[in-house]
Write a protein that binds this ligand. Sequence first.
Ligand code: FA5
Ligand code: MG
Length: 412
Amino acid sequence: SCLQSQRTKNLPNVLDILGKSYPSDQLTNITPAILSKVGRDLHNTQGHPLHFIFKRIESFFHRSYVKRGNPVFSVYSNLSPVVTHEQNFDSLLVPQNHVSRSPSDTYYINSTHMLRAHTSAHQRDLIRSGLDAFLVVGDVYRRDTINSTHYPVFHQMEGVRLYSDFQLFSNVSDPSSCSLFESGKRDDSKQEQHSLETSKLLEYDLKSCLEGLMRALFGQNLEMRWVDAYFPFTHPSWELEIFHQGEWVEMLGCGVMEQRLVDSAGASSKAGWAFGLGLERLAMKLFSIPDIRLFWSTDSGFLHQFRDKHFEDEISYKAVSKYPQCTNDISFWIPDDYTSNDFYDLVRSVSGDLVEQVDLIDEFRHPKTGRVSHCYRLVYRHMEKTLTQEEVNMVHREIEVSASKQLGVEIR
Ligand code: FA5
Ligand code: MG
């Protein structure tokens, strides 16, 4: 269409993504803005809230599921978001005419490759590689509007666990009376290949795992509810909603894995469950982050609040103003009894909330005199308006004057 050629006009004939080249064609609808997000790797970035969430969940799984001293779940957080249409859709039994395949919903690189729309795209291949229990964390891409809760890139964590009949029925009083498979009928509570015990035990195991995870994250008194759902790759399927700050929020989708999928991955003697949860949804609720765009912010007012924190620390986000930052440096010779905290306190008292952040960016000892000089970077920002350079200079000057008066420093 006309729109299509318009869109691809600014793109080269070959797209370079994460070190590989992909020829563009009539299906290409990925934009330079989206391409610029690929490889940002927020979930693997120290000090990023999505990394905290990832680590908290990983820690829950490592604490709760240990076998002979080793974690049961293997964790994958570096799988490329570039996948084939086959991986993202066909391997998961998504019908040819399913809406999610539409170019209006999906970022296509070309007629064979796309940016994954969910971490489920890796299920089949990881099972095929021999794994029985794994977590996948990664960025996923969907064409969507941009507002406070929607962004065309977000992050998911996938979880999969497979059981042999020996493993699934290990706690049953008479395991020999149970078998994973039977040829029966598909109904609301099970697939045709599964026995009712298989389906019910997997459902129980899946739901207790995820309820345990949510309580570990949000506290023991968390209100939750299970809602029936549909996915082409699980049956039965559910969504888990949590009640938080006065509203019900969907956190994840999950279900008993379609046996056809498990069989196609070469694990036909096993049955299992899978889930996929949204990391931004969790992080926004957990840290009170008001806008999904903030995750992509390079604004230090946002990231600073998570820096130097341990992932198990209590963190509550303080709103960052939408108005631009303005930075100004200050350098001075320090007296002997000086500590940086004195200066931080002084800045706070002189500038009120106008200074969002102070960092010691340089320390210098004069080779002859032995005197020490500190340089600090001050980040200014007003919560309600754009500061002019003139206003910033005035406050900055006041800080310089007070610092020399009260701390005995000598401005350079
Ligand atoms: C899926 O993506 C399935 N792959 C989940 C799944 C995995 C089901 C394994 C069964 C087995 P869904 O599109 O509902 O499902 O997304 C899953 C979660 O991702 C949602 O519950 C939500 O937490 C998050 N999510 C979905 N869309 C967005 C969005 N636009 N912005 C932020 N988070 C989103
Ligand atoms: Mg959903």
